[in-house]
Write a protein that binds this ligand. Structure first.
Ligand code: SF4
Length: 402
């Protein structure tokens, strides 16, 4: 079988990860016969197919699928689990669209509609800037804001807080700004990069299948547009993340094809840093036919994404969505990143998330250590990695019998 090797080690991973993987798979041994074909492909870094993904989804032993994903994650990153110090500021909830899974958007005349001015945004960030090195900002498609609004917002942010990286605007927001400003999406991206944008979050991918999109987010960017805008971001030098919203109306095949579409773009651009799979949360949404995902399905989907996405370095357990307890478990099912300190977030919490917002670095580190991993603080673009060495608080030690 021909080996398909990624030319450069991916951000933060061991250059010897394939030989590490060989050793880990041998040491563990006793793998089910049904998984042997997949294991051979993993050893040669051969991309898995939709059929392989279905085998993993239907395999009766979830722990074994998790162990396989954990072996790949450990071969690449050892026991390291990455986090960053960030804050989420959602600049407006006013949106011209009305995706059925969205509990966040408001019409412009709604009582609780809001739109932060540039000054309000920079002042709000000022409350957290001493403790963060990233601001994550996504919001609604405001009917009046164009690219110049965001240029000013990013320039003033960078001027006030040069140490804070700006990860902002999903693909549909970029498309909206292009339409509002009557320029191409690539020009929007270039202008925003020049104004201080560091990277793009991956939100809005949902499921990259236009039949699914017509049901859950009619009017949003098409699958092709999502991929094209991320390709353009990579081409102008903006790395990005990519996501998958699962548990609405999609089939397993559509989930797997979604992952493969992202993998194929990554093979061209190498611009994706992280894949973030998260389940649909139903509170205050309009999607009663959604299947919803159980805890085990979340863990299995994280494991499958680690195994299918062999060229996207990081898999994130997005604790804002899945909660701290499942996120901690996910670190044993292929995830290697747990997002950040966050401190403030609206979109997931309006849809039903109860994940705590008040984490500081030591609490995140504790969560990571409880999953038998080593906390490592990273920057926005995964180019610096600093082991977090603050000691465990003594009051958490288990009492020993006298
Ligand atoms: S998901 Fe985004 S684009 Fe869709 S309604 Fe909500 S804020 Fe608007």
């Amino acid at each position: 079988m021909e080996a398909l090797r990624v030319p450069q080690p991916l951000a933060g991973e061991s250059p010897e990860w394939l030989s590490n993987l060989d050793a880990l798979l041998e040491r563990q041994g006793g793998w089910s016969t049904a998984l042997h074909g997949i294991i051979t492909k993993l050893k040669f870094n051969t991309p898995l197919t939709v059929e392989d993904g279905l085998t993993l989804y239907h395999h009766p032993n979830l722990s074994e699928v998790g162990a396989l994903a954990n072996a790949v994650r450990t071969a690449r990153f050892g026991r390291q689990a990455f986090f960053n110090s960030n804050v989420h500021i959602n600049q407006t909830n006013v949106c011209v669209l009305a995706c059925r899974f969205c509990a966040f958007r408001r019409g412009p005349k709604a009582k609780d509609a809001y739109a932060m001015s540039v000054t309000e945004y920079v002042e709000d960030l000022g409350k957290y800037a001493h403790a963060v090195d990233e601001v994550h900002s996504v919001g609604g498609l405001h009917p009046e804001w164009d690219v110049s609004h965001y240029e000013q917002m990013f320039r003033e942010t960078r001027s006030a807080y040069p140490h804070v990286s700006i990860k902002a605007l999903t693909a549909v927001e970029i498309k909206h700004l292009g339409q509002r400003s009557q320029i191409t999406t690539k020009t929007v991206l270039q202008r925003l990069k020049d104004a201080g944008l560091t990277s793009l979050p991956g939100g809005g991918a949902e499921i990259l299948d236009d039949d699914v999109r017509a049901i859950i987010c009619n009017g949003k960017e098409s699958s092709e547009e999502y991929l094209r805008i991320h390709q353009e971001a990579h081409e102008v030098g903006l790395p990005s993340n990519c996501t998958m919203l699962f548990g609405t109306v999609e089939t397993l095949e559509q989930r797997l094809q979604h992952m493969i579409s992202l993998r194929e773009l990554q093979a061209k651009t190498s611009g994706f840093q992280c894949f973030v799979p998260y389940p649909f949360l139903p509170d205050h949404t309009r999607l009663p036919e959604a299947q919803l995902a159980s805890g085990t399905e979340i863990l299995r989907t994280i494991a499958v994404s680690r195994l299918l996405l062999n060229n996207i370095p990081h898999i994130k357990a997005y604790r804002m969505n899945i909660g701290d307890h499942v996120a901690e478990l996910a670190l044993q099912y292929g995830a290697d990143d747990i997002d950040g300190t966050v401190q403030k977030e609206s979109i997931m919490h309006l849809a039903g998330s109860t994940a705590p917002l008040d984490h500081d670095r030591s609490r995140l580190a504790r969560l990571i250590r409880d999953a038998s991993c080593e906390p490592v603080q990273r920057n926005t673009v995964y180019s610096t990695f600093t082991p977090y060495t603050a000691p465990e608080p003594t009051h958490r030690r288990l009492r020993m019998a006298q």
